[in-house]
Design a binder for this molecule. Structure first.
Ligand code: GLU
Length: 380
């Protein structure tokens, strides 16, 4: 069964924990090299992989002579400032030796909470993937303050999975997966290979504590898996200290713990775009565009737009109406009102000349569009 899910994976987020790539004294370069090589081989098979890597604080704290977890926030931030470039240099060199490029992306929770910045982060990451570059994401530890922290990279990796519509989240941990009780204190603890649904009982099995290096323990991993699952994405927690584990996991071997998606991803995505955002405006389109959207499953291009109403920004949800004003779809728009007024009726190839820039050919990408049930039924 697992193999069936993994066969369909095209894009995956791989989270690498501090305890996987560092010990108390800094980075474990051979392990970073081994994991990077596996990522490059998976890439060569056509998979798109986004890394979320911890390890900045772990890489920097030894330099400051700190042992254990840094006790104050400034100390942690100073350690991250020292460690993050070291971490990235290690990845850059490992990727380069395999003929690949890696890029650093540092995020704060604010970057994903604000819709415009959310779209910008998404566009940047998708552009890197288009160029075959592997983004390596971390929290922007050096400047982040409590109010805008993700908290831990498990949570960040789940958010990135949704941001990029990845098909799988893989969490490389320093344990083999989720156990029915804490394996450190209970030698009889058993590994749970499959979690069909993350219930409160499952979360309770994960316990609470983190470690000296990483922020989260198993609890934050299970929370991340729950979040991904609710968004229609499966999560694998496997032991990243075991050589070859990543490739084995992608091959569908029964390693670690696999958390099933709670529902179909497309349904989750469409549900999100259609119902979780209050529409801020209306777009009136001609019959050709309406048919292309409803029957052809196409994206909305500027050429089919005849009129707009309301005040909306990029990333807002809007209603799509035909020229009689009958609503037939909702979608998340990629241009704001002022931009749209200037490009409506024009060809996509004219967007850049008109605005001086462009975010994409589509005003609403089909992935961000849901046709109302009534319209779909009409076409049957
Ligand atoms: N961002 C932190 C680091 O790179 C790690 C956060 C976490 O362990 O989840 O050191």
């Amino acid at each position: 069964m697992r193999q069936n899910f993994l066969k369909r994976v095209r894009r995956a987020v791989v989270k690498i924990g501090s305890n996987v790539i560092s010990n108390g004294d800094g980075l474990l370069l051979p392990r970073i090299a081994a994991i990077s090589e596996e990522v490059c081989r998976l890439r060569a098979q056509g998979l798109e992989i986004i890394l979320v890597s911890s390890g900045a604080v772990a890489a920097g704290k030894g330099v400051l002579g700190i042992s254990g977890r840094p006790q104050t926030i400034p100390l942690k931030q100073a350690a991250a400032a020292i460690g993050q470039p070291r971490l990235m240099r290690a990845y850059k060199e490992c990727f380069q030796s395999q003929g690949y490029l890696a890029a650093q992306v540092l995020l704060t929770r604010d970057d994903l909470a604000n819709r415009r910045r959310y779209l910008n982060a998404r566009n940047t990451l998708l552009t890197l993937l288009d160029f075959g570059v592997t983004p390596i994401i971390n929290e922007n530890d050096t400047v982040v303050v409590e109010e805008i922290r993700f908290g831990d990279n498990d949570n960040l990796s789940a958010l990135v999975t949704t941001l990029l519509e990845a098909d799988l989240l893989v969490i490389l941990s320093d344990v083999d997966g989720l156990y029915d009780r804490n394996p450190a204190t209970h030698p009889e603890a058993r590994l749970i290979p499959l979690v069909e649904r993350v219930t409160d009982a499952i979360e309770a099995m994960a316990g609470g504590e983190g470690s000296a290096l990483g922020t989260g323990g198993m609890a934050t991993k299970v929370k991340a898996a729950r979040r991904a699952s609710l968004n229609g994405v499966g999560t694998l927690i496997v032991n990243g200290r075991v050589p070859g584990m990543l490739e084995r996991a992608f091959a569908g071997e029964e390693v670690g713990t696999y958390f099933l998606p709670a529902r179909d991803r497309m349904a989750a995505k469409k549900h999100w775009s259609a119902f979780t955002k209050k529409p801020r405006g209306k777009i009136f389109v001609d019959e050709g565009a309406r048919r292309a959207l409803v029957e052809g499953g196409k994206s909305l291009l500027p050429s089919g737009i005849k009129g707009v109403e309301g005040r909306f920004d990029r990333g807002d949800s809007v209603r799509l109406c035909d020229l009689d004003g009958v609503e037939f779809a909702k979608g998340v728009i990629g241009y704001n009102l002022m931009e749209l007024l200037r490009i409506m009726g024009k060809k996509s190839s004219e967007i850049e000349a008109t605005l001086g820039y462009k975010y994409g050919d589509e005003v609403i990408h089909r992935d961000n569009l849901v046709v109302s049930a009534a319209s779909e039924a009409d076409e049957d």
